[in-house]
Write a protein that binds this ligand. Sequence first.
Ligand code: SF4
Length: 269
Amino acid sequence: MSEPKVRAKPRKKTKPAAKPLTASAKKLLKAVKGAMPKPESACRKVSREHELKRMEQILQIFKREYSEASCSLDFTNPFELLVATILSAQCTDARVNKVTPALFAKYPTPQTMAAAKLKDIEKMVQSTGFFRNKSLSIQGASKKIMIDYGGEVPKTLEQLVELPGVGRKTANVLLGNAFDTPGLVVDTHVGRLCRRTGFTEHTDAVKVEHEMMGFVPREDWTLFSHLLICHGRAICTSRRAFCEKCPVARFCPKVGVTLRDTLAAEDNV
Ligand code: SF4
């Protein structure tokens, strides 16, 4: 009788030993882990006192980091700031600053701007984009300032938002930077940063403004916007959040920041 055939057992594959991480890989891993967003729910379940303290700490760091933060539009009086702010919609401040010297030299007051030929204003501000609407707003606001306020730019939020082309954002820029009245400006940078840092979930600028007024001391409202704009341009950009080199990372829940964002940021370090 022949013996039953015994099948040879397949050899177990042994895993190759893992290579030890290099120093730079360890550094990258550590940075990525630190940059990982925490669950949003965990971030939001905190007391108001905790949030106020957190804001205080973030503000303190930003004031140190961006000690030069201020309005980046060039102006010498409230009327010039009004015009420059209208022009800055969907345009960089640097571009506006290139256009305004000639515009202000030719039309320095609400009176001269109101009497200008619309086509001429359009030509002068064309490079800022949306120039037809912007020209209409500038001239419309100038006319209203002449008719209703005797040539003086009004100083209250309620009056400012009645001017053509002036919304809360522009009005707050005027209040904070021309009239020394605290004004919390919410532009795209400020809105994005307020959400990522977990102080608001709103996307509507007016709602963000009201919510942030409850966290930021009144005397810091104007500066707060400048600080966040600086940080939004330098580190917490719309495309990528460079959390691994952010000075407020330990106080930030990084709401909505994905690992992909932070990893992508690593490529650029
Ligand atoms: S860069 Fe990251 S850590 Fe810094 S504020 Fe933005 S989301 Fe927060």
